[in-house]
Design a protein around this ligand. Structure first.
Ligand code: SOE
Length: 377
């Protein structure tokens, strides 16, 4: 008989679906002591919520997250609402003794993140933040290769996250699905939404970022607000590029935009070391490219590792070598790792404290874009 982890899901958007899919599928593929039980889904719009609850198999619904936190049949809450609500819900959930799985970014800024860390640490509740790209097998494989020392001294870390979905100037901001364009709900634009992913991976693979210099741009200055119908100034960064230094002496170059026509979600990174390099591309997510200078010159070149063998990270739990998995599996992996952490008592990274580090880099990036100078993290 498995132990139950009774989930209270707050929100029902894109991330509510990816996480629910993770909870539903995890025990089919991973052998774990725990099983998630979809106890309740919570949101204000009952009609939409009921559709979501029926589709994913939640046993009940709540329209007020405070009520959800009062229930003693909920062990863990999953925060899948806009960023401006993360802090209040997370602190209340910690005080209610609930475990917390929080969608990225952790918070609107690092001050909020600090308070959230203090709350979960004081309450001693298990916590994690859904930086899912760490759990693409090829990305975890890159981490293992770097940690084994194969690259030697690292010189460069380069990452991009490019999209094109906000180019139209008649796209409204705010409200359902478009809250990412409203600075009051999101805190920032591409920095918190997209670069946060790149920073989380970078810090995980290459260590701490010490200082940054950045530029941002808001190409479309005013948009209709979906909730009020009024034309209001746009407060988010539509694009952001920054240079940085890492604690290990390497140099970083990051770019993100929602104005790269032709790119829908192109997350790429490359790490160059003295002996070898690795590079990865979300559009070809099961491959890790690797170049090793020690190869005999006649055959030296970039090799494309198809990360689908059963001894590659996570892959032994899926099909047979050569057969791929995709984006949604990264969320299944995160649930598996969270459930495993309950068995072992080890934290499930990235914890709130780990994600606070990313938040600090984001804050320094946004500060540098305004001050036009280098900023320490
Ligand atoms: C925005 O379009 C978005 O959905 C992000 O919010 C996600 O975190 C990213 O993985 C894909 O793009």
């Amino acid at each position: 008989m498995k132990k139950e982890l009774r989930i209270g899901m707050i929100g029902y958007g894109f991330m509510g679906r990816t996480h629910s899919n993770g909870y539903r599928r995890v025990n089919n593929f991973f052998d774990l002591e725990y099983t998630p039980v979809l106890k309740a889904a919570c949101a204000r719009n009952q009609e939409e919520l009921q559709k979501f609850a029926d589709q994913w198999g939640y046993e009940s619904t709540e329209n007020d997250w405070r009520k959800l936190l009062e229930r003693d049949d909920i062990d863990a809450v999953d925060i899948c609402v806009p960023n401006n609500l993360h802090k209040e819900i997370a602190i209340a959930a910690a005080e209610a003794g609930k475990m917390i799985l929080c969608e990225k970014p952790l918070a609107m800024n690092s001050e909020e993140g600090e308070e959230m860390c203090a709350a979960v640490e004081k309450a001693g509740v298990a916590n994690t933040v859904w930086y899912n790209y760490r759990r693409v097998p090829a990305v975890t494989h890159a981490k293992n290769i770097i940690d084994s020392g194969k690259l030697g001294r690292i010189f460069h870390y380069r990452a991009n996250f490019l999209q094109d979905w906000t180019i139209s100037d008649d796209l409204p901001q705010g409200g359902n699905a478009l809250w990412r364009l409203d600075v009051k709900a999101a805190g920032s634009g591409v920095t918190g939404d997209l670069l946060a992913h790149c920073i989380d991976t970078a810090v995980w693979l290459n260590g701490a970022v010490t200082e940054v210099t950045a530029m941002t741009e808001t190409f479309i200055k005013e948009r209709v607000h979906q909730e009020t119908g009024e034309v209001t100034p746009v407060g988010i960064d539509d694009a952001c590029s920054f240079l940085c230094r890492f604690e290990n002496g390497s140099l970083g170059l990051f770019e993100s935009t929602r104005y790269a026509r032709g790119h829908k979600a192109l997350y790429t990174f490359e790490v160059n070391g003295e002996n070898a390099s690795v590079k990865w591309d979300l559009h070809d997510l099961h491959r890790l490219d690797y170049f090793d200078h020690a190869d005999e010159s006649a055959v030296r070149g970039w090799r494309s590792i198809h990360v689908t063998d059963s001894d590659h990270p996570y892959m032994g739990n899926w099909w047979v070598p050569g057969l791929q998995i995709g984006y949604e599996h990264t969320f299944v992996h995160q649930v598996a790792d969270f459930l495993k952490s309950l068995e072992t008592g080890e934290p499930c990274a990235p914890t709130f404290r780990d994600a606070l580090e990313t938040q600090r880099v984001c804050d320094a990036v946004l500060k540098s874009a305004t001050s036009k100078s280098w900023e320490k993290v």
